[in-house]
Every structure is written in structure tokens, then in C-alpha cells.
Design a protein around this ligand. Structure first.
Ligand code: NIG
Ligand code: MN
Ligand code: MN
Length: 320
């Protein structure tokens, strides 16, 4: 179900009502109906923030519910941050897609259609999950837009492979196997994998699907050149890439508000550096940030971190 964007999510401090250099996001964001998107064509860059109010995938995966509240909470945190995008850039809040009565597959299809609609209007989708099942709807929209033949690379920053079997049902732990099983033109790369977050069988599944991955302990700021080289080599083999961040890849010291916290997760600065590098590529189409769970958060830490990462990603989008 489509939910209209709400002004209530865009409130914050006002340093000036006249000086654009003093503005924050809540002063520049435009609320726009997805069904009737009137885009300002003079903009140099347009971003569309699209929420996915769904945690049915996490529930089916025996996780902790609460991620469906994340889109509005992240918007509220982003609203308060200072605007650093160019004066000619536009940011639209295009509302949320909500999963109704556990009908996750239907909601993922609807998310896909919404993402495709943004591409059609030349708006860069910035998708706020939701459980990580968000990434499947994100993928559907990307695939619809680029057509079946284009080579698509999915880059996932995650502690988990999310390649579980889905014979019984799909969930927040199955998306990438679903995609690789059905789409020969999609390749998958994961950064942040933790042995403590994946069974040996999941490592085996990743191997069978020839999924390149980087372990959490290989991802440090000091080794960034080497890491960038591997991401660059993966991206070079694709026509397009899409980026998905599972917030449980980040250490639970900084991201306690997730379904499956990671004591040995990544440092936020490492994740920021990875995102900066990936979003700077002209091949990058869109970004989703998933698995924030405000109900499990401590003092809004994870929500705030998510807003800062979204802010940073937009500032560096296509900057290469
Ligand atoms: N999206 C998260 N997926 C993880 C969850 C792990 C857990 O709940 O412990 C997975 O299925 O492996
Ligand atoms: Mn994960
Ligand atoms: Mn995940």
C-alpha cells in the first residue's frame, strides 16, 4: 500500500529562513506524490527518498520486529542535518510503501514498481528499509528499468550472505539466492561477511554461486586501496551496479538497533569509506539502507548513524 509523504517527518532547527547556506534538509526537501511526480527538470541531480515499511521478512527469518518504523525515523533524523548538496540538486520525499498483513511478496513488487517509476523520471532512488527483504524489491525495480540483458552487479555490505534456501518461503535471509537462481545476468558481491553470522553451509552456497566476498576482518581503513581494487574489478565486469547496506554489518557498539547485532561488526568510518567509494561510480544506479530497527535502538544511535550515512552517500553520489 502506498503512503503519502508527511511533513511531520521533516522538522528541525531553523538557523535562517532566508540564507540557503544555513538551510537543513527539512528546509529543502520537497514532498512529492509517487503517482503524480512533477520533477523540476532544471535540477542537476534529483534524489527520491522512498521508504519500505516492512519487516515481514525479518519475522519470517525468526528475527526481531520493528524495522517497519525505520523509514520515518530515519527521515526525521535526516531532516535535522545541514544541507550540503548543490543548490541545483533536488531531494524528494516520495512517501512509503507499506507491507500489509504479511503480504511481503506483493509489497516487494510494489516497491519494485515505485523504484522503476523514479528511474523513469530520472530520479535517483534512495530506499529506506525495512528489513533486508527491501533489497529484493529494490532489485526488481532496477531490473525492470535496465531490461533483462544488462549485466547488473549487486554490492551488499552485510555480515550475512542472505542466501538461505527459500523452498518454504522467502524472507530477509533469502533474497540474493532468489535473485541468482533466477537471473543469469546478475552478479553478487558481499563485503563484511562474518563467520559468526553464517553457517558453513551458507559459505558453501556462496562458493557454489561463485560469490566474491570480503570478510569483516579484511575491511579496515588502512587496507582501503586494496579493497577498492576488488570492488573496482567487480564493477568493471558489470553494466550497472546497485548498492544495499544491511546495518547489522556495523559493530553493535554503534548499531545496536538491528535484528541481529554484531559485536565484531565494522567501524562506521569503514562503512562510510566503502559507501563513498561505491556511490562515486557512474555505474551506481541506486542505494538502499536496510535492517535499522528503532524498537531495539539505544538513544536513537542506529537511526542517527543511518541518516548520516544517507547524507554522506548523497553528497558523494557520482562524484568520480
Ligand atoms: N537479514 C538478515 N539475515 C540474517 C539474520 C541472521 C540472524 O537473525 O541471526 C540471516 O538470515 O543470516
Ligand atoms: Mn545482515
Ligand atoms: Mn542482510
Amino acid at each position: 500500500m502506498y503512503i503519502h509523504p508527511s511533513e511531520k517527518n521533516w522538522r528541525g532547527r531553523i538557523d535562517s529562513v532566508a540564507d540557503p547556506l544555513s538551510f537543513r534538509y527539512h528546509q529543502n526537501v520537497r514532498l512529492a506524490e509517487l503517482t503524480n511526480l512533477a520533477i523540476d527538470k532544471s535540477a542537476t541531480q534529483s534524489f527520491g527518498i522512498l521508504g519500505f515499511r516492512c519487516d515481514e521478512g525479518v519475522k519470517r527469518n525468526n528475527g526481531r520486529s520493528g524495522a517497519e518504523d525505520a523509514p520515518d525515523k530515519i527521515k526525521m533524523a535526516l531532516a535535522k542535518l545541514p544541507w550540503h548538496l548543490s543548490a541545483e540538486a533536488n531531494l524528494y520525499d516520495v512517501g512509503n510503501i507499506k507491507c500489509e498483513e504479511g503480504r511481503m511478496e506483493e509489497a516487494q513488487q510494489e516497491l519494485g514498481k515505485a523504484v522503476a517509476k523514479l528511474f523513469e523520471k530520472k530520479v535517483i532512488p534512495i530506499i529506506l528499509g525495512g528489513g533486508h527483504e527491501t533489497a529484493y524489491g529494490h532489485y526488481l525495480g532496477v531490473r525492470e528499468s535496465i531490461g533483462p540483458e544488462a549485466k547488473l552487479g549487486i554490492i551488499n555490505i552485510d555480515a550475512h550472505f542472505d542466501m538461505r534456501p527459500y523452498d518454504e518461503q522467502s524472507s530477509s535471509g533469502t533474497m540474493f539466492k532468489q535473485i541468482l537462481d533466477s537471473d543469469p545476468n546478475t552478479n553478487y558481491f558481499v563485503a563484511g561477511i562474518q563467520p559468526a553470522g553464517n553457517t558453513l553451509s551458507l559459505f558453501d552456497t556462496a562458493k557454489k554461486h561463485r560469490v566474491p566476498y570480503l570478510l569483516e576482518e579484511e575491511l579496515t581503513l588502512g587496507d582501503m586501496e586494496l579493497i577498492q581494487g576488488q570492488i573496482c574489478a567487480f564493477a568493471a565486469r558489470q553494466d550497472y551496479i546497485m548498492l544495499t547496506l544491511c546495518t547489522d554489518s556495523i559493530s553493535s557498539a554503534y548499531a545496536p538497533g538491528v535484528s541481529a547485532p554484531s559485536p565484531f561488526g565494522l567501524e562506521p568510518k569503514t562503512v562510510r569509506s566503502l559507501i563513498r567509494y561505491i556511490v562515486s561510480s557512474k555505474k551506481l544506479l541506486s542505494f538502499d539502507l536496510s535492517e535499522v530497527n528503532p524498537l531495539c535502538d539505544e538513544n536513537n544511535k542506529t537511526v542517527t548513524l543511518a541518516a548520516h550515512l544517507i547524507h554522506d552517500a548523497m553528497m558523494n553520489f557520482h562524484s568520480k
